[in-house]
Design a protein around this ligand. Sequence first.
Ligand code: AMP
Length: 586
Amino acid sequence: MESTAIIRKTPADWRVPPNFRDYAAERQRFDWHAVAGRLSGPAGFNIGWAATDRWLESDRAGKTAFRFLAAGQPPKEMTYAELARQTNRFANVLRQLGCTPGTVVFVLAERIPELYVSVLGGLKCGCVVSPLFSAFGPEPIATRINLGAGRVLVTTDLLYERKVAQWRETMPTLEHVLLVAADGGQTAVPGTLDFASLMATASEAAVGVSTAPEDLALLHFTSGTTGTPKGAMHVQEAMLTHWATGYYALDLHVDDVFWCTADPGWVTGMSYGIIAPLLHGVTSIIDREEFDAERWYGILQEQHVTVWYTAPTAVRMLMKAGAEVAQRYRFPALRFIASVGEPLNPEAVWWGKEVLGLPIHDNWWQTETGGIMIANTPAFDIKPGSMGRPLPGVEAAIVARHEDGSVSVIDTPNTEGELALKRGWPSMFRGYLNNEERYRKCFAGDWYLTGDLAKRDADGYYWFVGRLDDVIKSAGHLIGPFEVESALMEHPAVAEAGVIGKPDPVVGEMVKAFVSLKKGWEDSEALRRELLAHARKKLGAAVAPKEIAILPSLPRTRSGKIMRRLLKARELGLPEGDTSTLEGGA
Ligand code: AMP
């Protein structure tokens, strides 16, 4: 099969008329203000209100907003009306605890109903909600809560015991910890409050907070090459992008059953696992369990999923499980599949078409953009391997950076450069928490510089080339090498550490660490295993290295920085490139 072949679309491919059909005209007609009118109400401009109460006077009040699935349990439905009531209760709980607009509320839980209620209730209360991935270890959790000066944490009794309790004193800003009992009952853990009891006595009346479009709403931590994680700040009006991209990129229609497989601990699971589908009043499937090919096909079939938003790693894991597994299932309801987070190889796009009956539509965005920017959508041809074209309301370009900090737009098609976006879309991040300098450096004039290398072809399709920095994308999750290196350095045997992303056919990149040892320590298999266990305990399974190599010393620049680039080149047997800055080098 030719991976460069184009997948042509005709109206015969549409199961319903797509929302986005005339590329040029829709982009020209598009106006963010027109979207704004749909979403504001008595709570001002508030994501929590627009996602829930906005439907109360409509026929959607009684419709299922979320269907929660968990192994061995019957599905749990929550209607829009119920979600509105529960989120009001939680907003009142926060109010009683003294939270005011701007208070930072962290959530750390598996995909359980209380997580969704907490996020939306927090937003209704005007709080800034920050999600933590439940597979993080104690260190990434504490680092983020401290950076965000979190005052409230909502988590489960089990996660608290394993990942927070022992480290509680290291988080001085944390005033209230609310625990959800794993067994559905009540908790009685010293120094914490019981979520269920607080909810039971809270009022269902609207909390009476009104927020403005530019009020802070969400804090998403993301990783850079160096330093601590960066808190990307998003405002209430980000929901304009969530609505518009739900409409154009995910093609949501009112009768859809939508399944976003991303965890709300990451930006995709927040923007598209929670906000966008609710803004469109559709039914979302939330599965608590981890990936399992049979389970996932079963969900697509039994839940009659119509629109499915997933990730390249998941698609590759399904491919690995074999087409015969897929063939035991039928997906007559499924009409659109999209994916995000890492490069989607052309084979995966074709695999979707052949095995599931629908190609996978790649799209591109990042934590900082808050929502989908570039996408393949139902009506338009797909060039497998391309991320698609900019959506209405988004202006993209390929640019070259100059030494004076300015950029120039590269108009010649198929030329590599940095992917840039014209500032002004509503879900653009408004800053990195406490790091104005780093934020400023992301912009050149009107252009936001994404840190990704890409090309645009003559038809306006964008092609991902690579990252400009050393961050690692593993199973779609962005991992900062510095955070991993710091955890390794805390082990008494480690003198220096360098961490890279090693290409992996399934998860994209796998975290690999290189360390050298302090005097008196010997390289051994037992020590290697101990270091892996140490990192896993501190960082959690999602971030910890999967491989570790012990070297006599690590390559450093003359200024003392570990050369990850060189470690990677050596690991992959690639040319070492310019080593003139290597310590002791030429
Ligand atoms: P995050 O902020 O964790 O969402 O990561 C964003 C980064 O993931 C982007 O800057 C890209 O490097 C990568 N990424 C996201 N979507 C795609 C895609 N469709 N193709 C290639 N890389 C992607």
